[in-house]
Design a binder for this molecule. Structure first.
Ligand SMILES: *Cc1c(COP(=O)(O)O)cnc(C)c1O
Length: 369
């Protein structure tokens, strides 16, 4: 039986082992563990890669969201709008930044925030919007930016799953006031531990975010504000620097693998393959299908050596963490309906065609059973 893992981080390491090993050795040799040349170089290289003027590295993608909002002076009484369908960091950091989370439903096809729902969620207390480019597909940035301009709101793009994705030819993360990234090991660009970054074209915002992430000041013992400790460490920076040049090719490999799944799964009854809206370039952090008998399909694949995942089994408004809002399914019909239908199939740059055919054949066998 050919087993198919959900992702295989070791394969990627093996493909660039010499570069990674020497990057790690150099950091240890230099004792450049916190800040230093490797972190500075990564910030410069990453800003260039995503076509932003400034990159502020930080400890993880969750902190990136918090630091961005804190630098935008989010405060008590403010409302921040985000999507019902994301990883919990997006909404939890709104609360930790001191504001109130306002959820919006997703659009049925792309799993990204529905601009119509955003417009109707705006109140006099709304200060900002956090669209998430979920699974690697850009949200509808033209519509979201138009709403933000009309109501004078900031936009922070959560790009944790969407490194190098494009909307109408333009890289995600370049539309809003700032954009946050995660380099969690399984992300499209992954460190060997926790790591994150925020990018922006606004020099003042970049300065504020850097201070917030580094104890409130950029010069030792000069604490201009009260910050937190959210630093990227030198080892992760050096590892990310070694990986960054490969990201375009890894992204194309994910896209090619997605096309193979699309072609193989399209004709199979009951399976809905990812739908990519016009003008959006998907980078397939996750390849997520829908199936009416999701749990049975996942169990069948698992029993036959294929790992899958559900991202995410409970839409954000319905998590215990948000029971205080007493949200009802009818408020978020798409996110609610999809939470029991979505299934993420194995997806990584190095996945082989044999592995993919195994997955497709098993799904066809399940459909015919
Ligand atoms: C991974 C992720 C985060 C958080 O990133 P960490 O580095 O794990 O803290 C935030 N938002 C989304 C959409 C994510 O997928």
């Amino acid at each position: 039986m050919l087993t198919v893992p959900f992702a295989d981080l070791n394969l990627q390491y093996q493909s660039i082992k010499a570069d990674i090993d020497s990057a790690i050795a150099a950091v240890i040799q230099d004792s450049a563990f916190i800040r230093g040349a490797y972190v500075d170089s990564f910030e410069t290289a990453f800003a260039a890669a995503v076509e932003a003027n400034h990159c502020v590295s930080c400890a993880n993608g969750t902190d990136a969201l918090y630091v961005a909002m804190a630098a935008l002076n989010v405060s008590a009484g403010d409302e921040v709008i985000t999507t019902a369908h994301s990883w919990i960091s997006t909404s939890a950091m709104i609360t930790h930044a001191g504001a109130t989370v306002v959820f919006c439903d997703t659009d049925e096809d792309t799993y990204t925030i529905d601009p119509v729902a955003v417009e109707s969620a705006i109140t006099p207390r709304t200060v900002g919007i956090i669209p998430v480019h979920l699974y690697g597909q850009p949200a509808d940035m033209d519509a979201i930016m138009a709403i933000a301009r009309k109501h004078n709101l900031w936009v922070v793009e959560d790009c944790a799953q969407a490194h190098l994705a494009r909307y109408k030819g333009r890289l995600v993360g370049t539309f809003g006031n700032a954009a946050t990234y995660s380099f969690y090991p399984g992300k499209n660009l992954g460190a060997m531990g926790d790591a994150g970054a925020i990018v922006t074209n606004d020099p003042e915002l970049a300065g504020g975010m850097a201070m917030l992430a580094r104890h409130g000041g950029l010069t030792k013992h000069q604490h201009v504000i009260e910050g937190i400790n959210s630093r990227l460490d030198g080892l992760q920076a050096a590892i990310l620097l070694a990986k960054l040049p490969h990201l375009p090719q890894w992204t194309r490999a994910r896209q090619a693998a997605a096309a193979v799944f699309d072609a193989g799964l399209n004709q199979i009854e009951d399976i809905e393959v990812p739908r990519v809206a016009a003008g959006r370039e998907h980078v397939y952090h996750l390849y997520t299908v829908q199936h009416p008998r999701r749990d049975q399909l996942a169990a069948f694949l698992g029993a036959n050596g294929v790992q899958t995942a559900v991202n995410y089994p409970t839409a954000l408004p319905f998590l215990s963490a948000y029971s205080r809002f007493a949200h009802r399914p009818q408020q978020f019909p798409n996110a609610y309906r999809q939470q029991s239908r979505i299934l993420s199939l194995p997806m990584f740059a190095e996945i082989t065609r044999d592995q993919q055919h195994t997955v497709v054949n098993l799904i066809r066998a399940f459909a015919e059973s």
